[in-house]
Design a protein around this ligand. Structure first.
Ligand code: ATP
Length: 257
């Protein structure tokens, strides 16, 4: 069965489609086998969140977009899981907020980089007004030993805001040390990446990216002062705390589904 063949009325439709996309990603050489493990962890947490965007994540998504619209140079970092799960949504988001896309992967081979770039092109990166980066790898993130340290000088290296979905904690910390503002999309509010983020978005990337693109459209006419007000009034610790409480305690009295 492929992702497209999962019946619409299946009670676990969303989750099954996601699994199939990741499986297809592995088969196409886009996603690493390690990506399957990350997917499993994400699924478990999403289950506990009720597989919906919780209010704290909504606030974070709006703030993330405001911060990105204020950026001098924003980059959306795309790895093998994100490319498999939501390539078109990543392109749409980057276009809506005026960001570049940079392919950045842990298990780095030239073939995988090319396959991900090609997959993104097949999903609109060519037609969109978006620079596709990550193939130059002519700069390094300091103090990071993994292959993920390799970045484009005109991309992540020089960006002031980086959107990092499904990030590993080491790189999130290294980007933070470079003084970058990070928008982390991660279903685990306890991960080092989420804890390091300027704006932690505790949501499934397949829901977060389209919603962020919608916010980009509604905030497109906002002034810089209005955008700054949104960013300044956001409390990252509170957002993480709210998401963690939802995972641990489920839907309390004050919560609505
Ligand atoms: P850290 O080093 O920050 O503690 P980690 O070692 O858990 O993180 P990875 O193994 O790279 O990092 O895991 C990727 C993260 O992505 C996990 O926290 C997982 O919950 C999350 N994740 C997986 N799938 C999704 C998804 N579809 N949307 C959002 N987050 C996801």
């Amino acid at each position: 069965m492929t992702a497209e063949e999962v019946p619409d009325d299946h009670p676990r439709h969303g989750s099954l489609v996601t699994r199939h996309r990741i499986e297809e990603g592995v088969e196409k050489g886009i996603t690493s086998k390690q990506g399957l493990v990350a997917q499993g962890r994400g699924e478990a947490l999403d289950y506990l969140l009720g597989e919906e965007t919780v209010p704290a994540a909504e606030r974070a998504e709006r703030t993330a977009v405001a911060r990105t619209l204020l950026a001098d140079h924003a980059v959306v970092s795309v790895n093998g899981n994100v490319a498999a799960l939501c390539p078109q949504e990543a392109v749409s988001l980057a276009e809506a907020v005026g960001a570049d896309i940079e392919v950045n992967i842990f298990h780095r081979t030239r073939e995988r980089l090319e396959a991900i770039a090609e997959h993104l092109r097949e999903h609109g990166a060519d037609e969109a007004d978006v620079a596709l980066r990550g193939l130059e790898a002519d700069a390094r993130i300091p103090d990071l030993s993994s292959e993920r340290a390799k970045v484009d000088r005109d991309g992540i290296y020089s960006a002031d805001v980086v959107v990092v979905p499904l990030e590993d904690g080491d790189r999130a910390e290294a980007l933070d040390a470079m003084g970058k503002d990070e928008i982390v999309v991660d279903l685990n509010p306890l991960s080092r990446s989420a804890q390091t983020a300027t704006v932690p978005v505790v949501d499934n990337v397949v829901r977060a990216f389209p919603r962020m693109t919608e916010y980009a459209e509604t905030l497109a006419s906002a002034s810089d002062d209005e955008l700054r007000e949104i960013v300044d009034s956001f409390d990252a610790d509170e957002a993480l705390h709210d998401a963690e409480r939802r995972i641990r305690e489920g839907f309390g009295d004050g919560d609505t589904r």
